[in-house]
Design a protein around this ligand. Structure first.
Ligand code: FES
Length: 167
């Protein structure tokens, strides 16, 4: 039996090779475009400026709104509004996430008349202490997250959320 490659086989192998090379040349940019958001590095660690003057903060939590500009979500950019509950503990600035650890509703400071010195979640009557610790016996199973903070020019800057370090 001969191992010779016939002219027909040679031609067909060559066409398959060239065709495969050309197809991969066309497909690679498409695949790269499709998974581009996955390949992008996040800009973690950025601080967002707020209009809150640090000197105006007291030991009573206040709601501070801030906007994350041009937040990238896959292929889309949009401005995202966000909120923090901010107060001073001595000289330390504490900023807590308002997102309830039960099912994600928004908590309010002093929202429950019978517990005016706690955070209250109106969805299922969840409660948190001022440091974000969840009150046992209420639905939330963990403490509120904290935001990283910094001060620049007397104004409060808010960074990414981290696990609560106060409880
Ligand atoms: S979502 Fe907050 S208590 Fe249920």
């Amino acid at each position: 039996m001969s191992n010779k490659v016939s002219r027909r086989q040679f031609l067909s192998y060559t066409l398959m090779g060239v065709g495969g090379f050309m197809a991969s040349g066309m497909l690679m940019p498409m695949v790269r475009f499709a998974i581009d958001p996955v390949l992008q590095q996040s800009g973690g660690g950025d601080f967002i400026p707020t209009s809150q003057k640090v000197d105006d903060l007291t030991e009573i939590p206040v709601r501070v709104d801030f906007t994350i500009k041009d937040r990238k979500d896959a292929w889309y950019y949009s401005d995202v509004s966000n909120t923090a509950w901010v107060y001073k503990n001595g000289d330390t600035i504490i900023a807590l996430s308002p997102v309830c650890k039960h099912l994600g509703c928004t908590v309010n400071w002093g929202g429950d008349e019978t517990h005016p010195d706690q955070f209250f979640c109106p969805c299922h009557a969840g409660r948190y202490m001022k440091n974000g610790d969840n009150v046992k016996g209420t639905p939330p199973t963990g403490p509120l997250d904290e935001y990283e903070v910094k001060v620049e020019g007397g104004l409060l800057y808010i960074g990414k959320t981290v696990s609560n370090t106060l409880v």
